[in-house]
Design a protein around this ligand. Structure first.
Ligand code: PLP
Length: 452
């Protein structure tokens, strides 16, 4: 029954983040149904979604309130745009709600459809802002090695992962990268976590001084670098980095696309790590992944610059057909209501200790160099030698093998580089957390015995 669908997929669809050559022989895994934290493939196999899809399905895969909200809005007004003064009720209310929830004072919200678009918009506003202030040379942006900010030309340039640049002729100019703050991998022998954070901030300052502080406009950071392998910032990191940014009048953009909405145990990762951003991007859990929508929040200073440019030019020359799409906005608004009414923060906080305890226990597995995480985020980094931390040869694809092995234990996870990652729906129960970690442990055992 499923075979024609599988072969049609191979002959007709290009898959993102997939080895296209391998796909021609391996074919797709077709997911056909969702229920709570579980999904089913078209052969009827059931899997616990250990990554909430792509870090987004916070409320699982069968929330009927969200389906109803979409249905109601589809019948009331399925589409309208926000260009030229037009507005729709869900987008207005969603903007109001986001400003009320913002972890630091924010002035306005601009809607887009994806994390990449929100970050691209933030980059354009960094440039717009400095033009409005009469600082045309202050345009370079610093992101971090192993950071992830998306795949459009500018956001992929911010992303600090080699496969997003290689042979795509990226990054574009004016985008620079500073160190990945991964203490376990990059800390020196005898160096404390705090000293490592000082070294990262010093290295950022050296980069700024080399380039010229008058040319550096902004710094983009995820509170936790998730796609880079769940890199939790070392203690004191953001305090030290922000002191450097303030010294040279450099904007901070917090990319909350994954950390936003309770993932780290607070509504925003910004709160968890004491960040004071000038702009915040969010997406994914904003709509529980049910419809594409992203938001960029800007503070008053940025908004005043946008106003000044608008007066000068006659318009704000930016926007997407689907900015503030009423159905996506209605679903996002309902998502935020559910987070509040069902007190998602309290639930997340109640299961975090168990999640983190099971995660830490994986740290003694013979394949694992480091088990790390925060909130409901976790990763294990696989190493060939636990003493020296030597990685496996990339061509062995050990983490990918563990990810494949997890499927036979009923778990979907994702290998990112040398890590196997966990980011389950926020509604996961303690018992389901045990299923997740039992499955991952089984997958690591299988991978280990195959490697012997
Ligand atoms: N920023 C972060 C932190 C992300 O994790 C992602 C996607 O995973 C993006 C931006 C890009 O979002 P999208 O895939 O919706 O363009």
């Amino acid at each position: 029954m499923h075979q024609p669908l599988h072969s049609t997929d191979v002959t007709s669809q290009v898959h993102p983040y997939t080895n296209l050559a391998l796909h021609e022989t391996a074919g797709p895994m077709v997911i056909s149904k969702g229920e709570g934290v579980f999904v089913y493939d078209d052969k009827g196999n059931k899997y616990l979604e250990g990554l909430a899809g792509l870090f987004c399905a916070s409320l699982g895969f069968s929330n009927s309130r969200l389906a109803d909200a979409a249905d109601r809005q589809m019948r009331q007004l399925p589409f309208y745009h926000s260009f030229g003064h037009k507005a729709n009720e869900p987008a207005i209310l969603l903007a109001e709600k986001l400003l009320a929830m913002a972890p630091v004072p924010m002035s306005k919200v601009f809607f887009a459809n994806s994390g990449s678009e929100a970050n691209d918009t933030a980059i354009k506003l960094v440039w717009y802002y400095n033009n409005a202030l009469g600082r045309p040379a202050k345009k370079k942006i610093i992101a971090r090695s192993r950071g992830y900010h998306g795949v459009t030309i500018a956001s992929a340039s911010l992303t600090g992962l080699p496969n997003n640049h290689r042979d795509f002729d990226l990054p574009i100019d004016r985008i620079l990268h500073t160190d990945c703050p991964h203490y376990w991998r990059h800390g020196l022998p005898g160096e404390s976590e705090e000293d490592f954070a000082t070294r990262c901030a010093d290295s950022l300052e050296q980069l700024i001084l080399r380039e010229g502080p008058d040319t550096i406009a902004a710094f983009f950071a995820e509170p936790i670098m998730v796609s880079g392998g769940v890199i939790v910032p070392p203690r004191t990191y953001f305090a030290k980095v922000q002191a450097v940014l303030r010294k040279y009048d450099i904007l901070l953009v917090a990319d909350e696309v994954i950390c936003g909405f309770a993932r780290t145990g607070n509504m925003f990762g910004t709160e968890t790590f004491g960040m004071h951003p000038d702009m915040i991007t969010c997406a994914k859990q904003l709509s529980a992944g049910y419809l594409p929508i992203s938001a960029l929040m800007v503070n008053e200073a940025i908004y005043q610059a946008m106003l000044a440019e608008s007066r000068k030019i006659g318009t704000f020359g930016h926007g997407f057909t689907y900015s503030g799409h009423p159905v996506a906005a209605a679903v996002a608004l309902e998502t935020l209501k559910i987070y509040e009414e069902e007190n998602i923060l309290e639930h997340v906080r109640s299961v975090i200790p168990h999640f983190q305890q099971r995660l830490q226990a994986l740290g003694s597995h013979p394949l694992v160099g480091e088990a790390r995480g925060h909130g409901l985020l976790g990763a294990v980094e696989l190493v060939a030698d636990r003493e020296t931390k030597a990685p496996f040869a990339p061509e062995l694809g050990m983490a990918a093998r563990a990810g494949t092995a997890a499927l036979s234990h009923g778990i979907i996870t994702r290998a990112l580089g040398d890590t196997v990652n966990m980011c389950p729906p926020l509604i996961i129960t303690r018992q389901e957390i045990d299923m997740l970690f039992d499955g991952i442990e089984g997958a690591l055992d299988d991978t280990h015995s195959l490697a012997q």
